[in-house]
Design a protein around this ligand. Sequence first.
Ligand code: F6P
Length: 212
Amino acid sequence: KHTIYITRHGQSEYNLVGKLGGNPPLTEAGKEYARRLAKFAEENVCKDDAGNVRRARLWTSSLQRTILTAEHIPHPIVCDGWQQMATRVYRNLDEIFAGECEGLTYAEIEKLHGSEASLRKMDKIGYRYPRGESYFDLIARLDPLVHELESYEEPVMVISHQAVMRILYSYLVGIDRERAPKLEIPLHTVVKITYDAYNECGFTEERFYLGP
Ligand code: F6P
């Protein structure tokens, strides 16, 4: 049985005002999610079903909102010569780069770059932001990571971003990538995917809303 936990970062200052991208810090609610996520990781990811401590992996993007979300997770603890959660920071897990639209709200994009907004509506997966990325670009840079993710025996927790999680989640549960850019990926929720050969579809999915 292989288990992967994926979550978005805690609420950021930009989430609060609807701005895209950037490198904002967490709000108070986001910081509270970070504390709750650490407790969740300690009790679930770092322990097996019998309650024994086990080794696990923790991946974040290089943006501070995911690193701060991982802040309280007990990754420096050494266990059997291993860090309890071996941590890695991947730029490939960074949020879709909106280029000239970084830091804008959707309403501002409509106003300042109206034609860009309608191009994106017509083809969300293929649309590339001016000097930025498309969902297809994201799929290409996540491809090596999903193969690595699947190669581990120990559980992995991935803390990333909305667009990245849409692609990772769709890949892991077999959703057609054309549908991925429109999936709802809520904040403050951990999605647990357990590969299980005895299950008809090959995996089970559980969701944990941790609030606040
Ligand atoms: O609004 C949060 C966010 O993560 C932005 O940084 C990013 O541009 C956006 O979501 C991606 O979602 P969508 O592709 O639906 O615009």
